[in-house]
Design a protein around this ligand. Sequence first.
Ligand SMILES: Cc1ncc(COP(=O)(O)O)c(C=O)c1O
Length: 367
Amino acid sequence: MGLRIRPNVRRMVPYSPGKPVAEVQRELGLDSVVKLASNENPLGPSPKAVEAVRRAAACLHVYPDGSAYELRQALSRKFGVPPSQILLGNGSDELIHLLGLVFLGAADDEMVVGDPSFVRYDAAAHLADCRLVKVPLDGDLVHDLKAMARAITPGTKMVFVANPNNPTGTIVRKPEVDAFLRDLPDGVVLVLDEAYYEFAADVPDFPSSLEYVRAGKPVVGLRTFSKAYGLAGIRIGYGFAPEEVVDAVDRAREPFDVNSLAQAAAVAALEDDEHVARTVANNRAGAERIAEALREAGARVYPTWANFVYADLGRPAQPVFDALLRKGVIVRTAASMGSATGLRVSVGTPDEVERFVRAFREVASAW
Ligand SMILES: Cc1ncc(COP(=O)(O)O)c(C=O)c1O
């Protein structure tokens, strides 16, 4: 129709969520399919959250609390930060989007990201039609903070570091982040995306965004209820940030972006430490088992602090993905992130992990 849609939007690549289980099952005529592709919680949602959603459903005729008072208070108590330093969003995806809206706008604005890293950062830059500077991870697939510091120019507004990183599962440590912040020019904000925080929390020198925000550093920390808390379907993310950033995001966001079921679920999930502990323990065992199977086949497996394992197969990953799919196991290639040989496998239940291990061994035995 020749409508005047902005050219930068036309150039954007829509997010590809991977095939739903039911579709794969139907297409391939399989009895059962396991999906180890979206870094979801294989143990399901916190039962306390499910109960809270049931209760909150009775009030669906009422608009949500636009300030999410109860949830903000609960997060404030749990993490020891004032409510005025807490961000909330319809998934941390929305917070990434909103940070793009409030920091980026001019053509010479720049955003610095690691490569490969979470694809939604790119979208925030493309939507603003600003410059996206991608800095390759180092040889161990860890964010190269020294190179990222060198990539900063007077146009840089924001630097994104996913910690742990998606798709590689690797982390940067406190001494590196401290050094990066010491040299960060005034006016630039570092976003530490800690979507997988709970899986890395016990690493002694993990650089928690919370501490930096408490210390008044120009840092935004993003976290989510989608992973360890098992609430991906209800969409709720949160974060810690200087008041100035929370205020700006508050102006830009939709008034009711976090729905009432999500608010209720999150308040209940925050009290369910046991569910998170079980999730983390299941994850540790499953990640080791997956890594072992990949290593046996000669893949280079990277250490993970997240709920997935990343490996370089040393051969094209797409045929491996296809062969696993035919056996009813959905994983993820790293093709959209620029690697033809990378494979990312989310940790499932013990049964799902065994299903992957068996299928992968069969596929690899034909090499
Ligand atoms: C690094 C990273 N950040 C953010 C997200 C988005 O999470 P949410 O479900 O909170 O939008 C993901 C999801 O996979 C992720 O891997």
